[in-house]
Design a binder for this molecule. Sequence first.
Ligand code: ATP
Length: 327
Amino acid sequence: MQKIKRIGVFTSGGDAPGMNACIRSVVRTALYNNTQVSGILQGYQGMIDNQFIEMNSRSVSNIIQLGGTILKTARCSEFRTVEGRKKAYDNIKAAGIDALVGIGGDGTFTGIEVFSREYDIPVIGIPGTIDNDLYGSDFTLGFDTACNTVIEAIDKIRDTAASHDRLFFVEVMGRDSGCIALNTGIAGGAEAILMPEKETAIDDLIERLEGAVAGKKTSTIVIIAEGDQNGGAYNIAKHVKTKFDFYDTKVTILGHLQRGGSPSSFDRVLASRLGFSAVNLLLAGETRRVVGLKGNEIQHVPIEESINNKAFKLAPDMIELSHILAI
Ligand code: ATP
């Protein structure tokens, strides 16, 4: 096994709060262990376009509290081709990079998995996405912050909902995962939560809303995950309105504001732990692993296992209590 002299760190796919705290941790852990670090800009695109920057301890000063990613991120179709990866390999080799830490989602993991098989370069993946949809970690970087952002919005929406006897449909992100919807639905006291993992018929939703009216609730908030099968908040609101006109109905799509903002304490600590662990694994001779949190322990699983398994993170007690607490 050759000693690693220089680690390349990059962020890829969608950005998530906590990525900067993670970059900082990777850089400082590596430097502490006398290993150099190159920052790769724009994810895989930066490998192909030769966009490398020297990272020192000061390059990551004052970023732990910043959302987004100082290394930028990109989606790169060229890296999906053999020719693109060859270009990337030639460039990282010329830059003296002999190991990679990639922070991103399952696409990012697939990229480093293929790359490390083709070029025998040690790689570690760190789960960074607000969707919390990756196998191998109870939580992904950015999820907690995104939930806090959503809760802040729900609290404000509830003020106006209660003042006007309004029914609000609030659509949240998560792609095919209902994690953000379930967590924020419970934390925000929603009357109903619609998620892709658990189908809800519109008639059942209406029955629930009628129950809320009968129970003399002054405001009603329904949280809808963007991946829900009923076709998005506007569509659901339209259907509900045709059969149930008790309330003035409003729709709020929270959109990309959920991706921004200063990372929460939880995300900063998780990012720091995962970055530290990724570098230590590489320096211990490990490769092709995804690091993650299991309970309060840092674990690592084979990268293929993370890619090939679907994460199901909706705790049954949370689904049950979301109904009970909404009465
Ligand atoms: P998010 O969950 O936020 O979308 P992600 O990492 O899943 O993050 P993707 O756009 O799916 O985001 O993947 C990031 C990049 O990884 C792609 O733009 C591409 O460059 C690379 N990648 C994805 N799949 C492959 C593949 N099969 N082979 C090579 N590279 C890939």
